[in-house]
Design a protein around this ligand. Structure first.
Ligand SMILES: NC(=O)c1ccc[n+]([C@@H]2O[C@H](COP(=O)([O-])OP(=O)(O)OC[C@H]3O[C@@H](n4cnc5c(N)ncnc54)[C@H](OP(=O)(O)O)[C@@H]3O)[C@@H](O)[C@H]2O)c1
Length: 187
């Protein structure tokens, strides 16, 4: 996959015309900027009754620091739970709600294929931040996963999918008695 991106960047792939070249370039850049960020328990629980069933302030601070100034993509149910997070742009994925039904300051897409077109090519990262339905449909688009593992078995109704082994562990950011934070990169 990296070689593919590299070839695109270096212009070594043949393209039929300039328009197509720009489109492929833009899609490629955008896909590379998708990063998933999630906290799950040992048994892959991420939520219960539309809330996160633990509160770890250090992890929330990590989330805030990493995502500040960037773009968050979340499913409508997660948006209902967390709302707008200051200092970040929010894109909500929903088939049932429109922008005017949510908030003027939030973008809404009714189809994940429309996501790329909505994302400005301004160097900001795009953080896929849940919930389960959205992770399930977008993990393949991500180049990185920031995974917090909460060292507990927790009861819940929303789960993080098992991700492909093309994601390799590249960094252990934190590891203590209660939780660990790891970064995985797609090969
Ligand atoms: N631990 C963590 O890191 C973390 C992070 C985020 C969320 N969570 C938890 O995850 C749970 C929520 O996850 P969830 O799976 O129930 O809901 P979700 O993924 O947040 O949202 C699901 C909604 O997204 C919309 N949607 C999904 N796929 C779509 C598509 N292809 N096109 C258009 N709209 C689409 C639909 O909205 P409409 O119904 O409006 O059409 C759907 O009902 C909560 O418990 C939350 O607390 C945990």
């Amino acid at each position: 996959m990296r070689l593919f991106y590299w070839a695109l960047f270096k212009g070594r792939l043949r393209r039929r015309n300039g328009q197509k070249k720009r489109l492929v370039y833009r899609i490629c850049l955008t896909v590379m900027r998708y990063k998933a960020i999630v906290a799950m328990s040992y048994n892959r629980v991420i939520g219960k009754d539309n809330a996160i069933p633990w509160r770890i302030s250090e992890d929330l601070k990590f989330f805030k620091k990493l995502t500040m100034g960037h773009i968050l993509v979340m499913g409508r149910k997660t948006y209902d739970s967390v709302g707008v997070l200051p200092g970040r742009s929010t894109i909500v994925v929903s088939r049932s709600k429109t922008k005017s039904e949510i908030l003027a300051s939030v973008e809404v897409v009714d189809n994940l294929e429309k996501l790329t077109a909505l994302i400005p090519n301004d160097g900001r990262n795009v953080f896929i931040c849940g919930g389960a339905e959205i992770y399930n449909q977008t993990l393949d688009l991500c180049s990185e996963i920031y995974l917090t593992t909460v060292k507990q078995i927790v009861e819940g109704d929303a789960f993080f999918p098992v991700f492909s082994d093309s994601f390799k562990l590249v960094e252990e950011i934190e590891n203590n008695e209660r939780f660990m934070i790891q970064r995985f990169n797609k090969e």
